[in-house]
Design a protein around this ligand. Structure first.
Ligand code: 48H
Length: 258
């Protein structure tokens, strides 16, 4: 006999136990796209308590759609070792260019990051940050994405983190919130988000690694958000830079919180 109330309790209780446990984390990541999930994987693998909060119902950000909905991604040779480590299949297309199935990449990355110990909370949006007197980001302000979509007036909840990573992609939402609320204090040339530039894959991919850094005390930026903050070009459906950027963000954060 299957009891519906037992099923409901099992879901509500185990979710709430995790949510309460993850209200204080080492690292909170906004966005479960490729860069956010890679950062979570490398952090969790080293025993760092990590949570991702993702607005959408599903994970992967811009990756499942590959290039123009052809569900393939391209990875340059320098980043292939990350896919190999995760067990994601790749095929060499031409010397130095590898192709992977975008759905295999998203699903493997999601499962490996969770199995390494990261928690992914989907359908939850980051709507603000917490700051303390020394102007340091100390956590995130969260609400259900459904509340955001319905434009309901519902107050949020908060979680505390030693470090926050903005992995929100093109809109670099956390960096935007910080400049809107705390003034032009980012470590970019203007103190604000400069805005991403038009497509130039070679330059965009290289810049992405340099742009992956702490942009405000306690706040790191990775992935497309990093190029948006520093005014570097987009790169299209090549994803090696996203993976290398997520890995670098994890390494920088680990150095700072240990
Ligand atoms: C919670 C949020 C919030 C919020 C956004 O866009 P993404 O895939 O980001 P990256 O940087 O890991 O990867 C970028 C890549 O997908 C891409 O767009 C490329 C390579 N473009 C090149 C080009 O030329 O166009 O994922 C970001 C995730 C998404 O899932 C959002 O739903 C989520 O972040 N998100 N989650 N709270 N406030 N804002």
């Amino acid at each position: 006999m299957l009891d519906e109330i037992t099923i409901s309790r099992a879901i509500a209780k185990t979710f709430m136990d995790d949510f309460l446990d993850y209200m204080e984390v080492d690292v909170a990541i906004a966005g479960a796209g490729p860069s956010g999930m890679i950062a979570a994987y490398y952090l969790a693998k080293e025993g760092v308590k990590t949570a991702i909060f993702e607005r959408a119902l599903r994970v992967g950000g811009g990756m499942p759609g590959g290039g123009m909905m052809f569900n393939r991604i391209v990875i340059q040779a320098e980043a292939k070792f990350i896919l190999d480590e995760l067990g994601i299949q790749t095929k060499e297309y031409e010397k130095g260019y590898f192709v992977a199935d975008s759905l295999e990449t998203v699903s493997t990355l999601c499962s490996k990051s969770i199995q390494a110990g990261a928690k992914i909370f989907n359908a939850i949006s980051v709507e603000d940050v917490m700051v303390r007197e020394n102007d340091r980001i100390t956590g995130l302000v969260l609400n259900w994405s459904a509340v955001e979509v319905a434009n309901l007036h519902v107050d949020p909840l908060t979680i505390r983190a030693k470090a926050v990573i903005d992995a929100t992609g093109h809109p670099c939402e956390i960096a935007q919130i910080v400049t809107r609320k705390l003034g032009p204090n980012l470590n970019s040339s203007t103190g604000e988000v400069i805005g991403e530039k038009s497509m130039w894959a070679e330059v965009g991919e290289k810049a992405l690694i340099d742009n992956t850094k702490e942009i405000f005390p306690g706040l790191y930026v990775t992935g497309m958000a990093a190029n948006a903050v520093y005014g570097s070009p987009r790169m299209g459906a090549i994803f090696g830079g996203m993976f290398l950027s997520g890995k670098k963000a994890a390494e920088l954060v680990m150095e700072s919180i240990r």
